[in-house]
Structures are given as structure tokens and as C-alpha cells.
Ligand binder design. Structure first.
Ligand code: SF4
Length: 439
């Protein structure tokens, strides 16, 4: 019986795909072990979204090879897709490298005794027309499962390497999404995060005429006992129908995660983002009006080439004025192979660090304000499998407030009503109405 260890870096789509590898290995009779134990095969699912992620991927490959000198090494993911030749040069033993477009063949290649055929397993990602079929049995130890419905992107934002590593947008047909959701529901997952690289493009490449709204509607109706959360959606893809569905459908969580990237119109144009700061503002204002209690998270990219103090100030002003819940702030990182990597006036690291710190302070203030606004209310919380470091139960409300509260183990993986009592640092303390009932 072969022992397999999988190490995953990067996004939710990678997490889903690694869960699919695990499903495939288990079906072939293999045993999963953690990377600290002895293994026959090591799979490393890499990331390349930033230069730092690329470095971490390289380090993971080196460390795991040192720790497992006799294991077969299989490398996949965005870093492998971009830098297969570099990996082959860096490592002086036979490697198996599997491109993103051939992840459905990874398990077979890993278990095969014949050497990997790099040309065959890398393929040409830009020519891929169909999404890889990667069924998953379950997400180990997780209350929440990622449901991957789409892969790839053809927006070509100038800072982003993803269209080159994952190819054009491809969607999983709706009936196959529903089949996967049924598997997760039968495995006891009570929440599914609908995930993709560019989820708003869902269905555009399919003949069946479905789209992101139809997808969410069908999922919510098929599994009324499951909470569905949308991972992220581009501002210009938030339609009136989507907001109506989110407002009306009880198990569609009131939570929007929207990439802004910059609040300055010149920078937005240089990024090729396809909207203005005014349009973004209007979108968020409509979201807030239609969904007064929703969590609205915003991605920001700080220190894009040429970003002046004034342009950064425009971003700060927009974010200060918007009624949003939290910010995910990333420093711009130069990615070889993207258009922005060729732009002049790269912003010095110290300036980027200072701008990131300023926006992270704004993020903390926004969260505190949102949490404080909800004190005294009661909201449904899905209780996670692990307690917090103080031994209390924890989970997220429907509108993504992290809550911790006392209670018995029997509440884990159930939905419980929690009254929100006080705000402490990055979370809220609460009390469950089921606290005493469940032994
Ligand atoms: S929309 Fe832009 S940032 Fe997002 S994956 Fe596509 S190219 Fe990258």
C-alpha cells in the first residue's frame, strides 16, 4: 500500500484540487500521510500568484526533497506550470511535473512505474477548452468545503499571472456541480464555498445557458440545509438578480468579496480592470442598500508601478467612505511574464510596506465598526470542528463575523443561534442559545 503526502500552497481552487488528488489516491488503495512522515510519493501543489508565493513553492520543493530522498516527487500547480524548466534544472533527480490543464491525470502519473512524460503532462494551457474533471469525496476535518465550479481567466489584468498559469475560463457543467454538491452534503459538510478563478464568468463557455446566478439558485434550492457562500466576484459582475437572490434565499450567505485593487482611475486603467472608481463606489453602495447586514469585503493591491502618494490617497479616501466590512490588502509584487512587470516606476518596498500598514489599520477599524454595529443581535453560526486556543467553540455567522463562545462538543458542525455580546481584538464573544441543551 503506497503512502502519499500532499502539500498545498495557494488558493481555494488549489485546496479543492488537492482534495481531488486525495480522493483519487484513496480510491487506488493508497494511504494518506502527513509530509513529516515517511512517504512513497510526495505531491506538491504550488502557487505563483506573487513572487513570494513562487519562492515559497520553490522552498517547499527543496525541503520536501531533502526530507524524502527516496520518494517520488510530483509537482503541479501554477508555479510548476510557469517554471517547469527551472524546476528540472534546479533538481537533479527524475521529477514528475503535471501542468494545471492535466491535473486529472496526476494520480495515474504518480502511481505509474514508467517515467513521466513532461511534454504530455504539461500540455498547452492556453488551448484548454474544458475544465479538468476532479471529483472530491470530502474535505478532511473541515466544516466547510470548497466547491470548485470554474477554472481559468481571460481578463489579463496587467499585474496578474493567472491567465497564463490557468488558461481561459472553463466551467463545470451545472449537473456536475450539483452532483459534487450532493456528495459534499452526504459527507456532512454544512457549508460550501463556491469557488473558481473567475466565478462571475461561470457558464459563459457552456452551451447550456447557465450563469453564476442560476448556479447559486440551483445549489441553494437543491440543498436548503447547506449554507452557500460565494468566494469572490468582480464588481461589474454583481447583477441585480444576484443581489435579489442573496437577499431572498436564506441559505445564500449575505457576504460579498469584491476586488477593487485601486481607488484611482489612472491606476485602474493601467491595471486593465475595466471599471472606474465611481462605478465601483456605486456598486458597493447598491450592495449595501440591498443587503444592509451583509459582509462586504474588498481586495486592494498597494504599490502598483507608478502609484503616487496622491493616487494612493484616492484609494484610501474611497475605502474610508465606503460602508464595507473588511479589506484584504496585498502589496503589488512584480511577476515576470506579466505586462506590469515591464512598467517603469516600480514603487520602493519601504513605501509599499508603509501603504500596506496604513490600509491594514483601516481594515481593523472597519471590522471593529461592523462587529460593534451587530452587538446585541443574534445570528446563526456554523460551529467548527476545532475549538479556539481558549477552549471555546468558534465559527462564523452568516455575514462572516468570527465568533467564539462556550459550549459542548455536540454543537460542533451544527448551526446554532449565537447572541453577540462583546468585541475583542479580531473577533466577537457570544453566547449560544443551545449552550445548555446539548449535554
Ligand atoms: S480577473 Fe484579473 S486579477 Fe482576477 S484572475 Fe483574472 S486576470 Fe487575475
Amino acid at each position: 500500500m503506497k503512502k502519499i503526502a500532499i502539500t498545498t500552497l495557494g488558493c481555494k481552487v488549489n485546496q479543492y484540487e488537492s482534495a481531488a488528488f486525495q480522493t483519487g489516491f484513496e480510491a487506488a488503495g493508497c494511504v494518506m500521510v502527513c509530509a513529516k512522515e515517511t512517504a512513497d510519493i510526495i505531491v506538491i501543489n504550488t502557487c505563483a500568484v506573487t513572487a513570494k508565493a513562487g519562492t515559497q513553492s520553490r522552498q517547499a520543493v527543496r525541503q520536501l526533497m531533502r526530507r524524502h530522498p527516496d520518494a517520488k516527487i510530483v509537482i503541479t500547480g501554477c508555479y510548476a506550470q510557469m517554471e517547469a524548466q527551472e524546476l528540472l534544472t534546479m533538481i537533479d533527480k527524475p521529477l514528475c511535473i503535471v501542468g494545471n490543464g492535466n491535473k486529472d491525470r496526476l494520480v495515474q502519473a504518480a502511481l505509474s512505474d514508467s517515467p513521466c512524460d513532461l511534454t504530455m503532462l504539461m500540455g498547452q494551457i492556453s488551448r484548454k477548452k474544458e475544465i479538468c474533471r476532479l471529483p472530491v469525496r470530502h474535505f478532511a476535518d473541515r466544516t466547510r468545503a470548497c466547491l470548485r465550479v470554474q477554472d481559468g481567466c481571460q481578463n489579463f489584468c496587467t499585474y496578474c499571472i493567472v491567465p497564463y498559469t490557468r488558461g481561459p475560463s472553463r466551467s463545470l457543467p451545472l449537473d456536475e456541480v450539483l452532483d459534487q454538491a450532493a456528495v459534499f452534503a452526504s459527507e456532512g459538510h454544512k457549508e460550501m464555498v463556491v469557488t473558481g478563478i473567475h466565478v462571475g464568468q461561470y457558464g459563459k463557455d457552456l452551451q447550456e445557458g447557465s450563469d453564476c446566478v442560476e448556479l447559486m439558485r440551483r445549489l441553494c434550492l437543491a440543498h436548503p440545509e447547506v449554507r452557500f457562500r460565494l468566494s469572490s466576484i468582480e464588481p461589474m459582475e454583481i447583477s441585480d438578480e444576484l443581489l435579489t437572490l442573496m437577499a431572498d434565499q436564506k441559505n445564500f450567505m449575505p457576504h460579498l468579496h469584491i476586488p477593487l485593487q485601486s481607488g484611482d482611475d489612472t491606476i485602474l486603467a493601467h491595471m486593465n480592470r475595466g471599471y472606474s472608481s465611481k462605478e465601483f463606489r456605486q456598486t458597493v453602495e447598491i450592495c449595501r442598500e440591498r443587503l444592509p447586514e451583509a459582509a462586504i469585503g474588498i481586495d486592494v493591491l498597494v504599490g502598483f508601478p507608478g502609484e503616487t502618494e496622491q493616487q494612493f490617497a484616492n484609494t484610501c479616501t474611497l475605502l474610508e467612505e465606503l460602508d464595507c466590512t473588511y479589506l484584504h490588502v496585498f502589496p503589488y509584487s512584480r511577476r515576470e511574464g506579466t505586462l506590469a512587470a515591464t512598467f517603469d516606476q516600480q514603487v520602493p518596498q519601504a513605501v509599499k510596506d508603509e501603504r500596506v500598514a496604513r490600509l491594514r489599520r483601516l481594515d481593523a477599524a472597519k471590522k471593529e465598526q461592523f462587529y460593534t454595529n451587530h452587538m446585541g443581535t443574534t445570528r446563526p453560526v456554523l460551529v467548527e470542528h476545532k475549538r479556539d486556543p481558549d477552549g471555546r467553540l468558534r465559527g462564523f455567522t452568516d455575514n462572516y463575523i468570527p465568533v467564539s463562545f462556550p459550549g459542548p462538543k455536540t454543537l460542533m458542525n451544527t448551526l446554532t443561534a449565537v447572541s453577540l455580546e462583546s468585541v475583542s481584538a479580531t473577533q466577537v464573544n457570544g453566547r449560544s442559545s443551545d449552550e445548555d441543551n446539548a449535554g
